[in-house]
Ligand binder design. Sequence first.
Ligand code: ACO
Length: 369
Amino acid sequence: MGTEKEAVVVKGLEDVYVKESKLCLVDGEKGRLLYVGYDIRDLAERSSFEETCYLLWHFRLPGQDELETTRRGLAEERKLPKDILNLLKRLPKTTVPIDALRTAVSALAAYDPELADDSRDANLRKALRITAKVATIVAAFHRIREGAEDFLRMLSGKAPDPLDTKIMDVALILHADHSLNASTFGATVAASTLADLYSDVVAGIATLKGPLHGGANEQAVKMLLKIGSPANAEPYVEKALARGEKIPGFGHRVYKNFDPRALILRDYAKKLTQRGGDSTLLDTASAVQEVMLRNLQAKKIYPNVDFYSGVTYYLMGLPPDVFTPVFAVARVAGWAAHVMEYWQSNRIMRPLDLYVGPTDAAYVPIDRR
Ligand code: ACO
């Protein structure tokens, strides 16, 4: 099969559809993003992360009681088993937060009494539990590492101000889903074998980690800090492009226009800059954007969500290696939603690779090689 002449290899699965979904529309040409038909800009302004979770898991907005039940459920499920806290404490101090998260979610599976129950109701309860606990794991690991009731308070050890609270909620809404991105695909591949939801989420976290996907927010801000000032943006970017490097926080497989999430977060980064009084980071980001558009707009390369989420989280005081775990705190809702939807008409994911190796190798015993 794989060696047939007519076989077409689609590198990176570009433009290949592998399932239908009613969850998320990414209109890459217009720069539009919808969850179950609702525009992301409306959700960012008027919804909450809890309501967005309900929307993704039930394909409709909740009524007041349903929202309250979701809120209460998430709050009640935040607590981690002591063993998981101990596990986090025992990891080597050099462990990066995204690895700690992946490890802890994997271990957490053993503590869920419904792990093997594959009914939709049990999976909905597991989705809620994992979503609640992922946030706690990220915050707990950070506190353990730094030696510090909500996510921001858990991270910083102090009560967040209303602007930070609003921005974190918006960021979680914006990152909750994004159609069949690499990590959601990773989670779906695991799910397609009927592996349990925890295993699927672990696959999602593992796939999110890379700098070409969720890891780009950390890389983007590290690059901006290295550039240091708007005046350095042009020489830095032009040299990097001349060396054939990719600039983190730019480009996207689907968006051929501004990523609407980036634009929303850029507005919040402006508010944080006004509050903090130092505009160096945001000005440097604007200068990098300008140079990038000048060089690459013809190729339809625009800033993506990671460029401005990185700036925003940094201005909120989060350490860069926690940015990707925060992405996971939100995206776990989408991974669970896609997996549960896929299971409604599951088929194992099993693509092909085109074999281009030898076909006539003669085995030589080891003592004669
Ligand atoms: N910097 C410089 N050039 C770029 C960039 C970039 N960030 N992104 C794409 N290009 C160029 C490529 O070199 C290529 O040019 P060519 O046609 O002359 O060879 C062209 O634009 C198309 O890029 P591809 O690499 O083919 O795009 P692909 O869809 O395979 O990759 C990706 C998309 C991985 C996002 C890529 O743009 C990239 O590496 N960006 C930087 C990392 C990043 O920000 N990732 C986060 C994405 S958003 C998310 O996952 C949440």
